[in-house]
Design a binder for this molecule. Sequence first.
Ligand code: ADP
Ligand code: MG
Length: 154
Amino acid sequence: MRHLPYFCRGEVVKGFGRGSKELGIPTANFSEQVVESFPPDISTGIYYGWACVGNGDVHKMVLSIGWNPFYRNTKKSVETHIIHTFKEDFYGEILSIVIVGYIRPEKNFDSLEALISAIQEDIEEAKRQLDLPEHLKLKEDNFFHLPEGKIGNN
Ligand code: ADP
Ligand code: MG
């Protein structure tokens, strides 16, 4: 797939309040400005990769690149679900991600149950893929280990 691996860093902002957290799958949203910096031809859909909040540990993640309902689906949104349980929300913090691979295109679901089980399958697929040696090595990438103070400068 073109553009992958894709490295990206930016502030976590408020999303659309679609209740992702209530479903047990909170998604950290990037600002419009960060989304605009993505390659315009990057495919919408579900991806997997690595993510880190501030100077914290690097965790597995699943990511959705979708159409942003605020802009009548003319602009994209980028949302990261980190496969880790955090003690607190981290709005305003710097999220660093590397997008490693593609799972599937966006889909419409008949029910909430169908949506949730699809996401659970995406999470399992992400976990399996990221355990492969070629994908594990990106976890150790220097991108995630910037010297103190450098984070957030780009
Ligand atoms: P919003 O519509 O504001 O994006 P969500 O219901 O999607 O609200 O929740 C996202 C927020 O939840 C994130 O911005 C972050 O602060 C917090 N959060 C807590 N745990 C996670 C996690 N494992 N992955 C992503 N976000 C998380
Ligand atoms: Mg969200």
